[in-house]
Design a protein around this ligand. Sequence first.
Ligand code: CTP
Ligand code: MG
Length: 237
Amino acid sequence: PRCFALVPCAGVGERAGVGGPKQYHPVAGQAVVAHTLSSLQRVPELEATLVVLSPTDTQFEQHVPGFESERGWVARVGGATRAESVLNGLNELMERGVGAHDWVLVHDAARCLLQPAHVQALIAACEDDEVGGLLALPLADTLKDAVADDAGLRVRATVDRSGKWAAQTPQMFRLGLLRPALLQALSDPETAAQITDEASAIERIGHQPRLVPGAYENFKVTWPGDFSLAERLLHPR
Ligand code: CTP
Ligand code: MG
């Protein structure tokens, strides 16, 4: 089986608060997604990378000029949620001849500090697996369950963090397993809201994805302060 990357890049970046999609905000002289894609292009195990854009995207070509090539594919099929964007991207991969047994590595456009070694560690850990897996980190901080009161938030309880991991991407599954898993999860609006990564859809159909230790720097640019953190990691002083 071959390995392909699928990069959902159709979000609006509401939490980042930069007045536009965060994937096009500059970090160290380049758009966030330009860093992400150049990391993926340095992974020789990947046959090609498909980027899923919003149908109304006007910025990708300007920030990643000349991306479309033999190993760089673009599809304007982004949906209302990340899971829909990924499912639409999987359909596009099928149309381009990717088979049910081929691996698809889904990676957030907003994780721009990915290193080729992280991807290679995931591939090495999963390529002989039945199901696949994901990069993740064991939780470092103590976890609190919050409850609202008139003045703001209070701690209801401390959640036992032992055995708890924070999911990252890439998440690597066979196209023939991930597509029906997402289709099923998205068919019910109540469960659809809980599908915030690929692994959660795979778990819902009864499989146990492999957890592969990721790296702290492979964080997702999410909040306003994350751009300068990413910048310092890319250009240490
Ligand atoms: N994404 C997507 N399609 C959507 C929503 C998200 O392709 N409908 C992508 C984002 O572009 C991002 C990745 O999925 O690369 C992870 O999502 P997230 O960090 O939540 O990004 P946004 O949804 O853009 O940010 P926010 O939730 O703060 O609005
Ligand atoms: Mg989001």
